[in-house]
Design a protein. Sequence first.
Length: 219
Amino acid sequence: MYEFLSQIDRFLHVLFGITWIGLLYYFNFVGSGYLKEASPEGKKDALQKLVPNALWYFRWAALFTFITGLYLLYYVSEIPGAYNVGISLGATMATIMFLNVWLIIWPNQKKVIAGTADAAEAGAKAALASRTNTLFSFPMLYFMIYSAHINYGNDPLILAGDFGPGWSSYSLWVGTLVILLIELNAIFGKMRKWFESVKAVIHSGILLTVLFGALVYYF
């Protein structure tokens, strides 16, 4: 029964995750470009009819992806040797992405939809957090796959006693530091030219994935 529930939860986790990340990519790769080029009437129509509906699925998919992910973390932690650095870093990025949705993107998008006096500033904050989530999504998805199929059971927080002190600690702590620095920019930074370019974010996401992969594998 326990194994069956974990499989159902894994299915729901993937289903909600596809919905969440799919809409994230839609907003960043398609929607933002359209809103820049649309006429004032077209932009207003999209903000009043399309965007609120898409954001409803977006934020709730993020919530249920997070909830089902918590159960998976509990399930994996109960299996000897199953919890690893990849899961730690992937879960950290996923958690930050979820918080970005509910604490930054959604509150600021509500201002944009309502057309408040600070709508432009709110839109920039939401866009920066959304671009940051897109950047995180590449290594996060890599680690979700890595953790399920290439498992060395080398998480220093859980298994240091089995593998010796300091095993893979550099990859965990350096990776966490990089994640936090990127997120600090999402909270306190500005929408620089680099984040305005979809291609730059995609290329940087791929590069970050390669760097994180090498960090975990070699250190």
